[in-house]
Write a new protein. Sequence first.
Length: 240
Amino acid sequence: MLNELAEEHPTRGFDWYYGNLRNRGLPWNRKRVLRIYRSMDLKLRRKRKRRILKRPKQPLIEAKVLNETWSMDFVSDALSSGRRVRTLVVMDDASREALAAHADYSLCAGKVIQVLQQLECERGLPLSIRTDNGPEFISKKLAKWCEEKQIEQKFIQPGKPMQNGYNERLNRTYREDVLDAYFFDSLEQLRILSDKWLDNYNSKHPHRSMKGLTPNQKHILLKENAVKKEELTVTINNQV
């Protein structure tokens, strides 16, 4: 009887088991049950808790130029088979462009780096990346890569997702448009639809905070402004 209870409720302790046996009308005394409990090695093994890293508050400062700050996070779901999948969503904070929506069964630090390397080939790298304190993001492997690429890692405070508010909003849109809208029988189906969503979001999703511009339109505007600023700087330097 005690063994059955332990199998059904492995996280309970001795007092719970003893009380349950008493409630079932079994007249065993406490010492006897405790002796059996110990002989069966049922003592609850508590998982060692990890201490939460204290992070300084990172205010959500609006990025003004392309590749100034990227933010990224994971969105989780499951295929129709029940197998879990995760999507790494990356965005440029200045243009609100969705840079990547990469889905996989697991996304370790190495795969996060692979996604960033692909983006490096397409558009360069940011000065900083904002994330939460997930194990993939605080890993030594990603920290080393960011250091080599001279990218500052900005971590939000634990339990403060709105310090990464731009990405939180993008994740919600991705979930509503893709994950909550369809059943996926395979990872390939999810990847294909995620790629289509990426193009559609950037080209057709106007943002009120950007005066109705889409991310692609904002990208063009920021790029033009950067060129004008560079030309003005060159002109001033030539006059000095």
